[in-house]
Design a protein around this ligand. Structure first.
Ligand code: NAP
Length: 248
């Protein structure tokens, strides 16, 4: 049976890997992106090449109307939802809190917290059995920063991911009776573009060697855990926060 999922920030990095892995399992995937249409189109093609169906959907997760629209398009074009990966997230260049502008912090919280909560809300509205949904699985992308704190780099981002952990705990209890599982994945240092976007392109490789496994992780290594949480193999797992950090 075909499953339909939506992945926010599915055009690059971890979201891209999760989209392609899900496509390889024959799932239909809504691939949200904010600006990089070419990258999103490449993911759509990769999913199609792997046997799945996908559409690219532009939208900002921090914008309520965009979020509602991306869910509506996914359902209209791919069918009722089975799962959602709340993945889109951003960092900013390293700064101490004492130097951070309110503008910077607002954007970090808007995308990483408000965006995650809006996407989780829209997921529940469509998955809940009491609303005619099938139940399903929500996977939230947190970060090891939620427990390490990211001092001197981005304590704003770390706090935002702490909110995502707490959402996984609370929402899983709230919507378990609706047939919805909610879990978080907490990646460590993963080689994606996010580090360059924060002005530190070599960050994962440079710091990855300090992890007990001695290296940075790959997007596919996180994508595998996401796809496991989406599927029936994890049917009794909810409210879990899974570290994919090489032991960091
Ligand atoms: P990435 O490589 O920078 O990719 C970010 C993705 O999110 C892109 O698809 C981007 O779209 C999209 N995006 C950014 N802002 C958006 C917005 N406001 N609305 C919609 N889409 C937006 O990031 P990543 O490393 O894969 O990270 C994915 C998630 O894992 C994030 O939540 C991040 O915080 C978390 N994480 C990553 C690491 C790591 O080391 N990489 C570690 C811990 C946690 P465009 O392509 O259109 O720009």
């Amino acid at each position: 049976m075909t499953r339909t999922i939506l992945i926010t920030g599915g055009s690059r990095g971890i979201g891209r890997s999760a989209a392609i892995l899900a496509g390889q399992r024959g799932w239909s995937v809504g691939v949200n992106y904010i600006g990089n249409k070419q990258a999103a189109d490449e993911v759509v093609k990769a999913v199609a090449d792997a046997g799945g169906k996908a559409i690219a959907i532009k939208g900002d997760v921090a914008d309520e109307a965009d979020v509602v629209a991306m869910f509506e398009r996914t359902v209209a074009e791919l069918g009722p939802l089975d799962g959602v990966v709340v993945n889109a997230g951003i960092v900013a260049p390293p700064q101490r809190l004492m130097d951070m502008s309110a503008e910077r912090m607002r954007r970090i919280f808007d995308v990483n917290v408000l965006g995650a909560y809006l996407c989780a809300r829209e997921s529940v509205r469509r998955l809940a059995r009491s609303s005619g949904g099938k139940g399903g699985s929500i996977v939230l992308l947190s970060s090891a920063a939620a427990r390490l704190g990211a001092p001197g780099e981005y304590v704003d981002y770390a706090g935002a991911k702490g909110a995502v952990d707490t959402l996984a705990i609370g929402l899983s209890k709230e919507v378990g009776p609706e047939g919805i599982r909610v879990n978080a994945v907490r990646p460590g240092l993963i080689e994606t573009d996010i580090h360059a976007s924060g002005g530190q392109p070599d960050r994962a490789r440079r710091l990855g060697v300090t992890a007990p496994l001695g290296r940075a992780g790959t997007a596919d290594e996180v994508g595998e855990s996401i796809v496991w949480l989406l599927g029936d193999a994890s049917s009794y797992v909810t409210g879990a926060i899974i570290d994919v950090t090489g032991g960091r």
